[in-house]
Design a protein. Structure first.
Length: 104
């Protein structure tokens, strides 16, 4: 997937009143691969963005959530407090050891 350029100000249009006008906005966004901000009564209302922008937005939000969660961890205390379950290390169910094969 090619990364779209996020530079430049998106276009702005007044809210379309007809279904055909909405179709024209969608076609314009898809063709130009540039977002358009829709206004209602002179106020910015929503953005119509190319589909590839959505993936970038979602990735950015996921990264932000991860960073926020990491910032809440007490990293000094974590190695002592956040231990894996002891059952992980039991001989009969250790996910870190390869499965033993029975002799035929």
């Amino acid at each position: 997937m090619s990364v779209p350029s996020l530079s430049g100000e998106p276009g702005r249009i007044d809210e379309p009143q007809q279904v055909d006008d909405y179709a024209a906005v969608l076609s314009q966004v898809a063709r130009a691969r540039r977002p358009v901000i829709v206004r209602r009564n002179g106020q910015d209302l929503a953005a119509v963005v190319p589909l590839e922008y959505l993936e970038l937005i979602r990735e950015g939000l996921a990264q932000q959530e991860t960073e926020n969660a990491a910032a809440r961890i007490d990293w000094e205390r974590a190695p002592k407090a956040l231990r894996p379950p002891q059952s992980w290390f039991a001989d009969d169910d250790n996910p870190f050891e390869p499965e033993e094969r029975q002799a035929p």
